[in-house]
Each structure stands twice: as structure tokens, then as C-alpha cells.
Unconditional design. Structure first.
Length: 114
């Protein structure tokens, strides 16, 4: 085999190997970023907020729908939210309740009944 042909073949093989290595590196970085985002979402600051129940709807679920209900709440700061509650709490429209507001590090905000 001639020297210039061998050099071109070696160069072509190195370029193909580098392409595969780059794809592998991108996949590893993407997986790492996904785990970092999940860890950010687990960092939570909880605050208590008050609100008034404006309405109740039956819980729409594939299982245990008879045990729960969707509670519509107007917070004292003006926001309207929906939370899930057990029917055994006997909540009624007009009741003033406390809600836990969860601020996730990713910016997401969720609510649960206290």
C-alpha cells in the first residue's frame, strides 16, 4: 500500500471514530443535564398561604375517584388554584383554609392542602 493511500485511510478512520465519540459525548451530556434538572426540581421552599374555597368538583381519576374531590381555591393574593382533597375532610364552598405553596428551584409552583 502506498504511503499517501495509507495516510488517507488512517485519516478517514480517525474522522469516523471522532464522529462516533462526539455522538457518545452528546448523549452523556444530555443524560447529565436531565439528572441535574431533576435534582433542581426536588429542591423546594414551602410557604403557607391562605385562601377561600370557591367550589368543589368530583375527582376525575381512573382509581379511587369516590374518595377525593377537586377543590377550587381563590388565594388571598388573588390567584386561583386547584388542589386535591379527600372527601372525608368535609370541605364546603366559602371555607377559609391554609394551603402549602411549594416553590421548586426550577420555577415550578405547586400547592397542597395543609
Amino acid at each position: 500500500m502506498r504511503e499517501d493511500t495509507r495516510k488517507r485511510l488512517d485519516r478517514a478512520l480517525r474522522i469516523e471514530w471522532m464522529k462516533k465519540a462526539a455522538v457518545g459525548l452528546v448523549i452523556v451530556v444530555a443524560i447529565g443535564l436531565m439528572f441535574a434538572y431533576e435534582n433542581l426540581d426536588m429542591m423546594i421552599d414551602n410557604t403557607e398561604v391562605a385562601g377561600t374555597i370557591t367550589g368543589l368538583d368530583p375527582l376525575v381519576s381512573k382509581s379511587n375517584s369516590a374518595d377525593g374531590e377537586t377543590v377550587h381555591i381563590k388565594l388571598d393574593d388573588g390567584h386561583s388554584i386547584n388542589v386535591l382533597a379527600l372527601k372525608s375532610r368535609h370541605l364546603h364552598p366559602g371555607d377559609h383554609i391554609q394551603v402549602t405553596q411549594h416553590h421548586h428551584a426550577t420555577g415550578r409552583i405547586t400547592h397542597t392542602l395543609k
